[in-house]
Design a binder for this molecule. Structure first.
Ligand code: SF4
Length: 215
């Protein structure tokens, strides 16, 4: 009970900070609730013809992509299809930057209302930064950190090594479980982004989910 009150307070404060920084922000209790927020609250307010996404375990847990796979009238660009070549996947990820609505997660969200991300290729941070008319970010509560320094430490020592493992990439952090600031050709840490604010106001919508999700 006390723990739940703690998280309600933490999520509520984070939502207020995000809104002060011009993000639209929502709180969901579960991944399924996050999907409902998209369908019932966000989609009725925006006119979209195309959708795509950047890799995120938290996003997958909401199953919002299944909603678009079964919906006619909105084109879903499948950026992670396994039955196509890497070149084709990259081409689709370029096209994803021009969609109307882009979904992904974030590596960290700072209490003061900033999003912090680190990418290997850049298609995920690219979509958050510019191109899609709207962006929806799904965030588990475990991604909330107190400051930028904590965000970067979290990303380098928790998210990145686990992501390297998840994608079977042979970087030193896979063996050490923390960052070795490697020079590996497979290095997954190449592009940092810090979103201090959403511009234009409301373009980026953040759904804070009251569960530990993703990496
Ligand atoms: S810089 Fe290299 S060692 Fe450090 S987390 Fe990234 S991939 Fe792993």
């Amino acid at each position: 009970m006390q723990i739940n009150r703690y998280w309600q307070k933490r999520l509520s404060n984070c939502k207020i900070s995000l809104e002060k920084n011009n993000f639209d922000a929502y709180i969901a209790e579960t991944p399924s609730d996050a999907k409902t927020i998209v369908v019932d609250k966000i989609l009725p307010l925006i006119d979209i013809k195309s959708v795509s996404w950047g890799d995120s375990l938290t996003l997958y847990s909401t199953e919002i992509l299944e909603y678009f796979r079964s919906k006619s009238g909105i084109k879903l660009i499948e950026t992670f299809a396994e039955n196509i070549s890497r070149e084709k996947r990259m081409e689709r990820r370029r096209k994803a930057i021009l969609t109307d609505l882009f979904f992904t997660g974030t590596n960290a969200v700072v209490d003061s209302g900033m999003l912090v991300n680190l990418d290997m290729i850049g298609n995920r941070v690219g979509g958050i930064t510019f191109g899609p008319k709207y962006v929806v970010i799904m965030v588990g509560r475990n991604k909330i950190v107190q400051n930028l320094d904590e965000a970067m430490k979290r990303i380098k020592n928790i998210a990145a090594p686990q992501n390297a493992l998840r994608h079977s990439i042979k970087t030193p952090c896979v063996k050490t479980s923390y960052c070795m600031d490697c020079k590996s050709p497979d290095r997954i840490c190449n592009i940092w982004t810090i979103h201090e604010k959403s511009y234009p106001k409301g373009r980026i919508k953040v759904i804070l989910i009251n569960q530990d999700l993703g990496l």
